[in-house]
Ligand binder design. Structure first.
Ligand code: SF4
Length: 314
């Protein structure tokens, strides 16, 4: 943790790890998800609009090389950047044939790429894909990590949001990934309908106990054309207040292992067709509120990280 910072900030972590600023180049590939195409579920998670989180990317018809090239040019011009992580962001990047996956990853192994981050579902990882990534890591000397969508540790909520996997698949995926020495980034939504602060605390405890390295927090947004959108319009779901979201993030941080790195505190939804997002406030303002509140309450990441390693014996 940097002096003065109350939590581990991702950009500062990257700068320390790679000896300078590092930028993520998003890669958006055409694809689907086993929770949308019928393999494990139909229709997807109730909040999913079918964009697969690729709404801020270049068109998915562009090749991996072209996307990396164009994004790199942008970062170079704007920030004078020279080190990058290829970020396979949209959809379920391992839910393609092994050959296709191999081709996509090898296309990203280029000069000035220092790492590869692969986003996927916990039920879409196996030994073959991970062993290949290990070969790439060793041969190309790249830093590789796997981003896993979990959203919540509450397996009742996972069922209600039609996630198509439970907590066990997440634990399995983390263990398999760690066996190869890769770090894991977990995605969580701290305000899913039905979840409360007890779930928030357990989210932090489970990620810490599993030695997950990175975490991305998102606030729930509601998009037109989704199951959640319909529920929202019928008044069937109640959103927590922004103050409660701020409090939940702080509670989460209190229980989190102080060694973990926070990649994001608040998400942002697609600009169009939003029914609800961040209480109508910009994401950076909410981030600022969280940081100010932590300061005011004198709370740091890990203030309550005292529950592992036989805590009852101390
Ligand atoms: S796992 Fe991701 S892409 Fe698949 S349905 Fe859920 S949100 Fe959409």
């Amino acid at each position: 943790m940097m002096t003065g910072a109350r939590y581990n900030v991702y950009s500062e972590h990257l700068a320390r790890k790679f000896g300078g600023k590092v930028y993520k180049l998003p890669v958006n590939l055409p694809g689907t998800c086993p929770n949308r195409d019928g393999k494990v579920g139909q229709g997807g998670c109730i909040f999913c609009d079918g964009e697969g989180s690729g709404f801020q990317c270049l068109p998915n018809s562009y090749s991996v090389s072209r996307q990396l090239e164009e994004n790199r040019e942008y970062f170079k011009k704007r920030f004078n950047a020279n080190k990058y992580i290829a970020y396979f962001q949209a959809f379920t990047n391992t839910y393609v044939s092994f050959e296709q996956f191999r081709e996509n990853i090898l296309a990203a192994c280029r000069e000035d790429i220092v790492g590869i981050s692969v986003s996927t579902r916990p039920d879409c990882l196996n030994d073959q894909y991970l062993d290949f990534l290990l070969e790439v890591k060793n041969e190309k000397e790249l830093d590789i990590n796997i981003e896993l969508g979990l959203q919540t540790v509450n397996y009742h909520t996972l069922l209600k949001i039609n996630r198509g996997h439970t907590l066990a698949e997440f634990v399995d995926a983390v263990l398999m990934t760690h066996q190869r020495g890769f770090d894991v980034c977990a995605h969580l939504i701290l305000n899913l309908p039905g979840d409360d602060r007890i779930d928030v605390v357990e989210n932090a405890k489970l990620l810490s106990a599993l030695r997950v390295k990175y975490v991305k927090l998102h606030s729930l947004y509601v998009v037109e054309g989704t199951v959640l959108g319909e529920m929202f319009k019928r008044g069937e779901i109640e959103m927590i207040t922004m103050d409660e979201y701020v409090r939940r993030v702080i509670t989460f941080m209190e229980y989190l292992d102080p060694g973990m790195v926070i990649q994001r505190l608040v998400g942002k939804g697609p600009a169009e067709s939003l029914l609800f997002s961040n209480w109508g406030v910009s994401w950076w303002k909410i981030k600022q509120m969280i940081e100010e509140k932590m300061e005011e309450m004198d709370i740091r990441q890990g203030s309550r990280f005292n529950y592992l390693n036989g805590s009852a014996l101390r």
